[in-house]
Structures are given as C-alpha cells and as structure tokens.
Design a protein around this ligand. Sequence first.
Ligand code: HEC
Ligand code: HEC
Length: 472
Amino acid sequence: MKTVFSLMASAVTATFMSAALAESMLPWEDDGVLLGGTTAAPAGELSKEALDQLIEEGETLFVAKFNKREGAGRPGATQAIIPTKQRHLNDQQFARLAGPDAQACSSCHNDPVIGGAGDFVTNVFVSEGFANANFDTSDPQFSNERGTNHLLGAGLIELLAREMSAELVKIRNDALHKAATEGVAVKAPLVTKGVSFGSITALPDGLVDLRKIDGIDTDLVVRPFSQKGVMTSLRQFTVNAMNHHHGMQATERFGTRWTGEGDFDADGVINELSADNISALVAWQATLRVPLEKVPENAEWHAAATLGKEAFKSQGCADCHRTELPLTSLKFNDPGPFDVAGTLNSQQVEAPAVYDLALLEWTQQLPRNENGHVLVPLFGDLKRHTMTDRVNTLLGNELLSQRFVGRDVFMTSELWGIASTAPYGHRNDFTALDEIILAHGGDARTSRDAYAAATREDQIAIIAFLKTLVIE
Ligand code: HEC
Ligand code: HEC
C-alpha cells in the first residue's frame, strides 16, 4: 500500500469523508486530489469533529490546483451558469477573459489570507456567456469586469440573507391573506432587520403590486453574493465558479439528471465534482471567521478611529453600511432553502446537513443583543443601491445589465476587512479609501457630499476608523 503524503494527508487518513479525495498519493504522482471516488453528501447535524473534518476537506479543494485528469477545462461547455454548449469545441485549457482563468479558487482569493480578496490582476470578466462565449477583449460591451472580494464571514452573510428572505416572504403572504379575507388592497412595508426594501400592495384577487419594491428581486429573496447582489448561496456560487474558472463541473448541475449527459463539457471525465465535494467547499466557506474591528495600539489612531466611527454614522455611511445586523440562529443548513434547479436545494434531499456555527470558537466572541441574537458586524445591509447620478458616474462603468438589475446598481459592500483588501470598488479601480468614498453617487449622494464637505480632520478620522477593520 502506498503511503500518503500531501497537504490533506491527515484528513485522508483520519476521516470518514476520505473516499471523496484521493486515497493515496505520492508527491511525485500527478493525480490531483479528486481521483478516488465519492461518498454521499453529509446529512443531519454534524458533530464538531465531523464538521472539522469536512472543513479541512473543503480547504483542500479550495486550494487544489485541478488538473485535466480530474476534469479541469471545458472544451464543450461555456462559462454560462445555465449549462450551455460551445458552438465549436474549444481546446484551449485557459483563457484569461472568458475562462477557464485559474487553476485554483485560491489563485484569486488569497489576499491577505486564503479565502481573502485579490488584487486587480485577479479581476474576472463576468458574462452570462450566451452570445459571446469566447470573447477575447476586455471591451465592456462583452463582459462586466469585477474585482475579487473576500469570503470571510460568508456563512453569517448567507444566514442573515436567509432570515431576511423568510421574513419578507412572510410579510407578503400575510398581506395576501389579509387582502383576501377583508376584500381590500393591503399595503405592507418590506422591512426586515431594520432594512427597508420598499413596500408591496397585496390585492384581494391574489395579485401583488411590486412597483414600489427597492433593492431586491421580485421574489423577495435577498441574494447576498456577487457585488451585484444576484447570487443566492455559497453553494450556487461555488458551482458557478467551478465551471467558470476551472472547467470543473458539479454533477448537481451538469450531470445526467439535468443535462442528460455524463460528460457535458466533452473533456472525457464524468462526474467531476460530486455533491459531497461541493458540500465540503460550502462548509469551509460558511465557517470562515469574520473580520473584526481591531483597537489600535497607537493612542492617536485610537482617538481618531473613535471619532471616525461617530462621523461614519452621522454622515450617513451607516445607513447602508449597517454596523451590525442581528442574526437569530447560527445553524447553517446545506443545501439551503432558496436555491432553484441546477443547485442542490433543501427540497431535493432527505435531510440537509446542519452545521452549528456556535461550535466554532470565533462565533463565541461575537456580541449578542438583549434578545440573545448574534450581532454580525458586517458594515452592510445586503441591499442594492443606485450608485451614480448626473454629476458622479465613476461607478457606472458597466454596459451589460446582469439579471435585469440596473447597470449602475450594486449591493452595499460589506466593509468588514476593508483595511486589508485594497484596491476598492466593484472593478478594483480605486487605490485609496478616500477615492472610493468620493466615487459614491446616486443613493449615496448626500452621504458622499457630507464626507466631501467635512473638515480634513473628520475625513482622516473616517479613514482611521476604516483602517481598524482588518483581516488577521
Ligand atoms: C480568477 C479569479 C477568481 C477565481 C479563480 C475564483 N474567484 Fe471567487 N470571486 C472572484 C471575483 C472577481 C468575485 C466577485 C464577482 C462579482 O462581484 O461579480 C468573486 C466572488 C466570489 C464569491 C462571492 C463573494 C461575495 O461576497 O459576493 C464567492 C462565494 C466565491 N467567489 C467563491 C469562489 C470559489 C468557491 C472559487 C473556486 C471554485 C472561486 N471563487 C474562484 C474571483 C475569483
Ligand atoms: C446608499 C448606500 C451607501 C451609502 C450611504 C454609502 N455607501 Fe459606501 N458603498 C455602497 C455601495 C453600493 C458600494 C459598492 C460600490 C461599487 O463598488 O460599485 C459601496 C462601497 C464602499 C467602499 C468600498 C468597498 C470595497 O470593498 O471596495 C467603501 C470604503 C465605502 N463604501 C465607504 C463608505 C463611506 C465612508 C460612506 C459614508 C461617507 C459610504 N460608503 C456611504 C453604498 C453606500
């Protein structure tokens, strides 16, 4: 029997999940981590030990450089989220613009830690990829160029979004019920966790007037991922990213069940990523610690940051960059409730896996409110806002609308970790915090103008505060 040497050696020898990764690898073999069969996706609530093992496996997959034998590359498929065939087989292994553009997730998400953000050089050219699958120009007519954001705290972000979506859907259902029983139109404000998404009017005949909703999709599901705010879950994003960046295809979307083919991308490898591979990646991302405010040791910086946090609130920054949002439950179910066909969801499995994030040491440090809810210090509102106006068009560089969202509309960036993730803005265009703040327009106009009109001392205080939001 071969001896195991590798990054995941301990995980492989010790775990029940080990069959999902290569059974035995020698450092001079070129097998990669995935050749070794699969096991079923985890189900039910995991013990701390089982969760730790799954997380370790997820990290192995996040840093793995996938090779051709494992299925890297997609000669027969495009980068599109909905499985789409190439018009002609494309035998280029990598293509910087249309992808596959990297060998590992961590090739981009690595600054300042694995799972972190990325410099301008890691920008991605996002295109749904139907008409122009193999564009070889960075001309914005063909794709939207986006900077790599960090994934720390992503599990809490998804949990917040799920709780908010559930509450908004309940508001709609209650309004419909009232309209039907009382025979009158019922207007209901869409407020959840203190964030307002406009309002709806439910009509007695069961229709809902959605014209007044704000910063959210018509199905009232908060989609917290991508800077556009159009992706529902870590699971959905992971399946997208694996195909787009690496040509690694998840069976739950590209397998026979949905496409009728075992080898949709025509690279000679079937079942490239099983449900448990995706589960491991989700578990790793969902359990990444959150970036926290770091109290500066330098007394002057400390004083400035304290002033800056107040100015951040009084200048309206915190209206969108909410300093914290309350989260009721730390139980992360995977698959989740709001995904649709092409990403495994909770209706498609007997029992979702449950990861109790309360088992993790870092969640125990988070403050709680008087109701016992965890206060997630995200500095965001999980809502989309218009970011340009007639005067200020700096954030209006995109030409393609994505999923029917306006071209100058973006989701509030979570600012936790901002001190460690330059450059800034959705295209990584801005090298200094002051620049990106002044680039705000549209819905952020009043706040931006308050910052621009503030004394130099107050401006520096805001930056001094933002510089305490570090990833360590
Ligand atoms: C070539 C660089 C690159 C690679 C490789 C890459 N990403 Fe990303 N990632 C990005 C960019 C750019 C964004 C922002 C996309 C946007 O806003 O539209 C992003 C966003 C994300 C997000 C959403 C984060 C948020 O808060 O909105 C997740 C989750 C994610 N990536 C996971 C992955 C996983 C898992 C892999 C490997 C399968 C991966 N990424 C590989 C560049 C990359
Ligand atoms: C109306 C909502 C809104 C207000 C008010 C607002 N922002 Fe933003 N902020 C956003 C959005 C949306 C983005 C993402 C913009 C983009 O990249 O397209 C953003 C991005 C940022 C970024 C860059 C994040 C990154 O990861 O690159 C910083 C820093 C920032 N805001 C700070 C501030 C400060 C400081 C203020 C107050 C002076 C402020 N914002 C007011 C919505 C707002």
